[in-house]
Write a protein that binds this ligand. Sequence first.
Ligand code: SAM
Length: 270
Amino acid sequence: MSAADTVFAGSIPELYERYLVPLIFDSYALEIAGRLARTNARNVLEIAAGTGVVTRAVASQLPDAHITATDLSEPMLAHAKSRLPDQRVAWKQADALALPFDDGSFDAVLCQFGVMFFPDKVQAYREAHRVLQPSGYFLFSVWDRIAENEFADIVTIALATMFPDDPPRFMPRTPHGYHDVERIRAELNEAGFSDVSVDAVGARSKARSARDPAIAYCQGTPLRNEIAARNASGLQEATEQATKALARQFGDGPVDGRIRAFVITARKTA
Ligand SMILES: C[S@@+](CC[C@H](N)C(=O)[O-])C[C@H]1O[C@@H](n2cnc3c(N)ncnc32)[C@H](O)[C@@H]1O
């Protein structure tokens, strides 16, 4: 992983929330909140909370939950906080690899599409395990391979044409770079989780036109940093190339692509 892959700052939080969250994150947030609601866990830690899509889903589905929402990025967290001024939510900047909480502080830990960004997954899993009470739940999700996530794949291919000598590889390298279920199980086991279940969950990614997913990926993710590193004034052209490639595949009107992820439940031994 490149250091720039975890930089969610500048214009990214606002564009992420506006374009990417409705495109690919909303439906999985409801899935995680629904799974949490079926447990008796109510003292919840969220890690890599981003702009708070899961935080909002949990606050709305579980009126009796207390949520501590954390992320490495202050700008992402500031955006999340501005959208959910709820007294049941405590916001705190925190690195998932060194959580600033005592052992056994929570009865559930949530992490939607965050673990792919952690440089040491086992260490992050150890931290989740440490802060959980016995029988506590660790619920998290990862994207499946990029070929199963059509818009991300098409944008990546389009940008490889624009930068043939050094194609931006953020999407396959990081968000879509951690989908080997056996590896995930082994790493959870190594961190102390023995009770692990993994579900493949497919969904549809929909937008008004090809331009919205092009903006979402090229401007609302750290792919933006990779494009800027290759051509400081190339962001609009990259977005244009991505729009054209998406429109060639999905047409000029509303677009509807396949997305697929794994949703994982790991339980700490009683
Ligand atoms: C793809 S976003 C997911 C955000 C949110 N969970 C969602 O579903 O929209 C990945 C998030 O991981 C955060 N992140 C990256 N490295 C992290 C770390 N070491 N500890 C905590 N958060 C981290 C980023 O700041 C970013 O907000």
